[in-house]
Design a protein around this ligand. Structure first.
Ligand code: KG4
Ligand code: ZN
Length: 339
């Protein structure tokens, strides 16, 4: 019988301190997440300095809890995986240094994981039989990518945002209409009471055959609309603004993803990242997928937002390929996919 590979993984790229134990890249024994959202809400967004300090305070306890819940000792672990980019440098460094310390003390190999690859890998946890090739739409607070997953750990970026990330646009628009931080879930919730056809916001597309996105135009258009209404002294309907904005973002995400499927002739889309929790995106992509005979996969919400289990999954596929990091590797805040 093949040996079960148990990986302890650590994630600290933004405002969640997380540690997990994952077996063979698919089975989660523990996935502890200490969220800092309550602290950053006071400032209306993530404050990098505060994030680093909170990671330092939380990391030892989070790792210990993950080990305890998995009922394993460090000696029973096969490797330690850690996110080394992209993300906030001060936040990443906390996870990277902690993982290095653990690796040195326990003599367990280290695996440096790309955060975006982690988001994609969340689908391997959710769907135990999922195998590449498939198309992946990665939509998070910092990134928006259409990726062709050729094989485990092999990715081709087919399209990406040229300005704001999808989640960033949700957060900025939420702030403008006074919904607070983090905006994505709040826009999602209030949109259920609104009319998505109430206001016509633009859907940006490029003239060439590009699958790239731009969300700064729709964001500016919402801000202009709010200004105009204020100048006219008219009341805004927050639910209508939120629903119309959300639909404009979802429409372009869906259109470009389906186009990418046709180009690569694949019939499977796996969605990843925090915005993958969005109910309008889930519904619309599933419906359009059905019409086009494409299966659409979404991880459960806890695996969509930042968590260490997804990092443990990505680390496993690197582990079995023999990839190892040495103790001199560093955090790379602007790490690209496939590096
Ligand atoms: O993947 P993630 O946890 O962190 C990054 O790597 O960026 O994504 C966080 C982003 C935030 O912008 C948040 O507003 C957005 O995901 N988000 C949502 C929803 N839940 C989280 N956006 C739209 N609808 C949601 N339900
Ligand atoms: Zn993320």
């Amino acid at each position: 019988m093949e040996k079960n590979i148990k990986i302890l993984s650590i994630e600290s790229s933004c405002d969640e301190t997380s540690a997990a134990v994952v077996v063979n890249g698919r089975n989660v024994l523990s996935n502890i997440i200490a969220s800092q959202i309550a602290i950053h809400t006071k400032f209306g967004g993530v404050v990098p300095e505060v994030a680093s300090r909170k990671h330092i305070e939380a990391i030892a306890g989070v790792v210990d809890s993950a080990m305890k819940e998995a009922k394993l000792t460090f000696q029973e672990i096969d490797a330690i995986g850690v996110t080394y980019g992209p993300g906030l440098v001060g936040a990443l460094l906390v996870g990277v240094q902690y993982a290095k310390g653990l690796s040195y003390a326990t003599h367990k190999p280290l695996i440096a994981v790309n955060h975006i690859e982690g988001h994609i890998s969340a689908n391997f946890i959710q769907y135990k039989d999922l195998k590449p090739p498939f198309l992946c739409l990665v939509v998070s607070g910092g990134h928006t990518f259409i990726v062709y997953a050729k094989d485990y750990g092999e990715f081709e970026v087919m399209g990406q945002t040229r300005d704001d990330a999808a989640g960033e646009a949700f957060d900025k628009v939420a702030r403008a209409i006074g919904l607070g931080y983090p905006g994505g879930p709040k826009i999602d919730k209030i949109s259920k009471e609104g009319n998505e056809n109430a206001i016509k916001f633009p859907r940006a597309s490029f003239h060439d055959e590009s699958l790239d996105f731009s969300f700064s135009g729709v964001k500016s258009s919402v801000l202009n609309y709010l200004n105009k209404m204020e100048m006219k002294g008219e009341q805004i309907n927050k639910a209508d603004v939120a629903a119309s904005f959300q639909k404009a973002v979802v429409d372009v995400l869906v259109e470009n993803t389906i186009k990418a499927c046709r180009i690569k002739k694949v019939d499977k889309i796996a969605v990843a990242g925090g915005v993958a929790s969005n109910s309008c995106l889930r519904k619309t992509l599933k419906e359009v997928g059905e019409i086009n005979n494409i299966t659409v996969l979404f991880p459960e919400p806890i695996l969509c937002t930042d968590n260490a289990a997804m990092i443990g999954s990505a680390a496993y596929f690197d582990y079995i390929k023999g990839k190892r990091a040495t103790l001199d590797f560093n955090a790379i805040p602007n790490l690209k996919l496939g590096e």
